[in-house]
Structure formats: C-alpha cells, structure tokens
Design a protein around this ligand. Structure first.
Ligand SMILES: [Zn+2]
Length: 556
C-alpha cells in the first residue's frame, strides 16, 4: 500500500503479448484530457491501461462489451471530508457498521476512484505527540464519527487506513487547523516563532512523505485564529514542494471578495499554486458576486498566479453546527466550548454577535437565518435530523440560539448542518468556468447528510451536462479527471493513455443521473455501470463487488 505511482510499461497489444486481464470492447473513449470522444477498445493488464484501436485482434481473460457506453478515467473527488471513514474508529459508540459501509460505498457508486481528504484545514495528522489527546477530541467533533485517533505524521496516517475498508484510493492534504492545534492547541493568538517553526517542520515532513498540499479552513477554529502572515509562512513550505495551497476562504458570504484577495496575496507571496475550495458566494448579500470573483480569478491567472477552484453542484452547503457560532466560543477547544454554552450570559452574547456581526467572522446565520439551516447529523437527537432549526426551536417554544446550544451539549458538539445559502446562477457560473473542477465537499456521517456526497459527479454529468446543456461531456469529465490529476500531481491517473493506472468508469451517457436527494441522501445514481479501481472491477452492473483495491496515494 502507498507506493508512489509510476507509469508502467505499455502492454504489447498482440495475441503473443502479455496476458490481458480485461478487455473493454466497442466503447467510446472520453480520455480525461478534454479531447473529443472517440471509439477505442481498452486493455487492462496488471492494473494498467492500454488504448487499442477499435476491434483490435487481441484476446483477454475477460471481455466486457461496452457498445454504446462511454469509458472515462475514474473520477477524482478533490474535496472530501471522508478521512475518518476507513481509519481506526476506536469506540465509535453511536455509529453502526452498515450505515458506515453505505457511506463508504456512495462515492464509488458514482465512479469516484480517488478521494482527496484533509480539506478545510482538517486532516487526521500531523501533531506533536503531547497534543494528540486534545486533538482527538477536536477530530471527533470535526468528523462526527466517534473517536478518531490522530496521527503524528503522514506515514502514521497512511498506516492507520484499513485496507479491508478501502474501496477506492485516498490522498490527503495537510490541514492547517489540525497542524496548528497539534502544535499550539486552540489559542486565539498568533504563533510564537518557535511554534511557527514547529508547524513548518511538521508540514515539511508530511509533504515529504506524500501529502498532497496544505489546506486551510479560515472560518473554523483554530484556523480562524490565524492571520495572513502565518499562512504565508506555511504556504511557502508547500511552494517548496511544488504543492498547492488549498483554502476554504475566510468568508464566502458578504466579505467573499476581501477573503479572495487574502488568498491571492498568500499565493503571490508564497509562490504556491492556489486552489479555492468549493467556490461560492453565499448569503443574500453575496448573491451574484461570482460575476466579479470569477473574472478576478481569471485576471490573476493572466498575471501569472496559478489559481484554480472546485465546486459542487448544489445551492446548499454543509458544515459543523458550531461554525454558526462566533469564533470566541471555541477558544480553548471542544471542552471549553461545551462548558461555555451552558451559560445564559454566553448565549445572550452569541445572540448579539449574530445580530450585529463580528469583524473578521463570516456569520452565516446573520447572512441568512435559522430557517435556512437544517440538521444533517445529530447522534443524540436523531429525530431532529432533516428539520430546520427555526422550526425545531419553535416546536419546543425555544429561542433558536438556546435550541442550538442545547443540541450541541446533548451531542457533545457533534452536530452537522445543511445551509441553504446559494443562488442557482452563481452555482452554474462556477460550474461552467474554465477554472473549476468538481469536488463534492462530502461530509459522510450517518443521519441525513448532504446529497452531494452520493450525487455530485452524476449530477454534473446528467443534470447540468446532458439535461441543461451547461457542459459538454468531454469537458465535464475533464473537470473530474485530467484537470484535478494535474492540479494535485496524481501522476498516472486522470487521463486514460497507455500505462495509466486502470482506474476507470463505464457509463451510459444517455442515462447517467444523480439519485441522491435531501430527503434520501444516499440513493445511488443511475447510469454508472462499471467502475475499475487499480484494474479490479469494484462496481459491476451498478452494484459493488468484494474488491478492495484502494490504496493511500503518495504525491511526490
Ligand atoms: Zn470547506
């Protein structure tokens, strides 16, 4: 597991050449580069691909007739929060195995063969050894899957992934929030010089071991406590490795343009490629702002900044409930947060801050309202899942802030929400931008998770691609394969050419469509028929096989 991916020798496509394990006959190849679809056969041998002319005179151990179907590279989900799904789960008291397995399956069933985790500042590593216990509490709340032991470095993280649970591949960024908490805890102050040096050293080690880049989540504690200077210093380390700085901006609502300027400044000063995560302009004060943010990104590119972004095809977001509260509530970590929320004075101050805003804080509720936020996962109050917070509070005759504080206390902080905050025209504009690739931002937890985890890729292909005509098939596939592979340096993946890793998808272009809804978020898509992971058939006729060929991908 975890060996660097290198291009294998091409398979000689003659009857006397090496054995062909699987032959895909009669299909149309959409190779991931964005080039026009063309007829081709594909041979898979020892986990590698050879592209053959249609009808090539070869024989194989197994032949699959894919006439009328499109063959694409396996999809790369550049933005997931699935890190803990196949990690050792410790106690995991409130999670049951079947629910977790359904969550693990969802990306594979829509053709995702590689996920990139560690996004929004939250990864399962790295940390100084003495900070590991406190960090474990933070990760329990961030990932919402019960106890998750953090790892000291990327190697330990990779070793902790359970191969018997990995159906697809996983790469990971270094989350700045984890890194910061792993060095200096949850303090709302700049790092001391020796703390910043320790963060740079842990980051450098993880990137050397194969982490894919650096991510921040600047609305979340402890990332929200950091200033631009701190991030520039860390992004310089990523730049030395030629790896991207990936950011959940400090604000995606009324101050989104200012937050974008900070990200661009960090990219310019550090020299790191910039990836703007799940680009959106949310909340009524920012609706329509993609008319300015996308041209701004294109202008920066023209000036030499290597900036790209990712996007999911929905007008609702999803995150942890405590991110709806002002940053000072989380200072000191999870235990301190929960202790504070008991106090009526604290609750009053939260109400005031939401009403008046706090400088430098995104304030989702102030930009929208509790009626636009529903509960996705609340292990201690399953009945609340799917309900809107304004309604749930009204049912109990409670003020929404009191309801939220009680819900967080009941659930020990582990509550996830869905926020209906975006406008359709903004989502379409980002999807259609030449700078965007697809990332689900999936938050896989039992309950009523956002449908993006199980639906994003099929929705882009079927709903926005075929039905709405927003993207031609070749371009939609490029945004899920070749473009992300290039951005995150996943060599040998993302483009189907001779010697590439045999991660691939066979789909029916006339049928492919997402099935997941807000009511039934894990309904599988239709039209995704076969998925190969590292040359093994992981999905056949739309159903999973017993194959467990996923590995931890190391980026060099
Ligand atoms: Zn995020």
């Amino acid at each position: 597991m975890g060996l660097p991916v290198t291009m294998g020798p091409p398979v000689t496509a003659t009857p006397t050449g090496p054995r062909i394990d699987l032959l895909l006959r009669g299909g149309t190849l959409v190779d991931g580069t964005g080039a026009a679809a063309r007829p081709a056969d594909l041979a898979v041998s020892d986990g590698r691909v050879t592209v053959l002319p249609p009808g090539a005179a070869v024989s194989a151990a197994e032949t699959l007739d894919v006439t009328g179907r499109v063959v694409t590279p396996g999809f790369i989900d550049v933005h997931t929060h699935s890190d803990a799904l196949a990690a050792p789960l410790g106690g995991g008291t409130h999670t049951d195995g079947d629910a977790l397995d359904e969550l693990r399956l969802a990306p594979l069933l829509q053709g995702v063969t590689t996920e990139i985790g560690g996004n929004c500042g939250s990864s399962l590593f790295p940390s100084l050894p003495e900070r590991l216990p406190e960090l474990a509490e933070h990760l329990r709340v961030s990932f919402g899957l019960g106890p998750v032991p953090p790892a000291e470095d990327f190697d330990a993280f990779a070793a902790g992934q359970r191969p018997e649970l990995r159906r697809n591949h996983l790469a990971s960024l270094v989350g700045h929030g984890t890194l910061r908490a792993g060095v200096m805890g949850f303090e709302d102050r700049p790092p001391r010089p020796e703390e910043l040096a320790a963060m740079c050293e842990l980051l450098d080690r993880a990137l050397t071991q194969g982490a894919a880049g650096l991510s921040t989540g600047l609305i979340y504690p402890p990332g929200v406590y950091s200033d631009t200077e701190e991030i520039v210093a860390l992004a310089k380390v990523a730049a030395r490795h030629g790896k991207p700085y990936v950011t959940h901006l400090r604000d995606e609502m009324s101050q989104v343009e200012k937050a974008l300027e900070e990200a661009l400044e960090i990219a310019v000063r550090s020299g790191a490629p910039l990836q703007v995560s799940h680009h959106k302009t949310a909340g009524r004060y920012a609706w329509g702002a993609t008319l300015r943010t996308l041209p701004r990104l294109e202008q920066a590119r023209a000036e030499g900044v290597d900036v790209l972004c990712d996007v999911y095809p929905y007008t609702a977001g999803s995150t942890v409930l405590h991110a709806m509260l002002p940053p000072w509530t989380s200072e000191g970590g999870v235990a301190a947060l929960l202790e504070r929320l008991r106090s009526p004075e604290v609750r009053d101050r939260i109400r005031e801050d939401i009403a008046n805003g706090v400088d430098g804080w995104e304030n989702t509720v102030g930009n929208g309202g509790w009626d636009l936020i529903s509960v996705a996962a609340a292990p201690a109050r399953r009945a609340a899942e799917g309900g809107r917070i304004a309604d749930l509070a009204a049912e109990r005759g409670a003020d929404p802030v009191d309801y939220v504080c009680d819900l967080l206390l009941d659930s020990q902080g582990e509550v996830t929400i869905i926020s209906h905050s975006m406008r359709e025209d903004d989502v379409r504009r980002v999807l259609a931008s030449p700078l965007s690739m697809i990332g689900s931002d999936g938050v896989p937890k039992p309950g009523r998770p956002h449908p993006r985890w199980a639906g994003s890729f099929a929705r882009v292909l079927g709903h926005y691609g075929r039905r709405e005509g927003l993207l031609p098939l070749e371009l939609a596939v490029h945004k899920m394969t070749g473009l992300p592979a290039e951005r995150f340096r996943l060599d040998g993946r993302g483009v189907l050419r001779d010697g590439a890793v045999a991660d691939l998808v066979v789909l029916d272009p006339e049928a492919v469509l997402d099935g997941a809804t807000f009511e039934q978020p894990l309904l599988p898509p239709v039209g995704v028929e076969t998925v190969l992971v590292a040359g093994r058939v992981a999905v056949r006729d739309g159903r999973p096989t017993s194959a467990r060929a996923g590995e931890v991908v190391r980026v060099r």
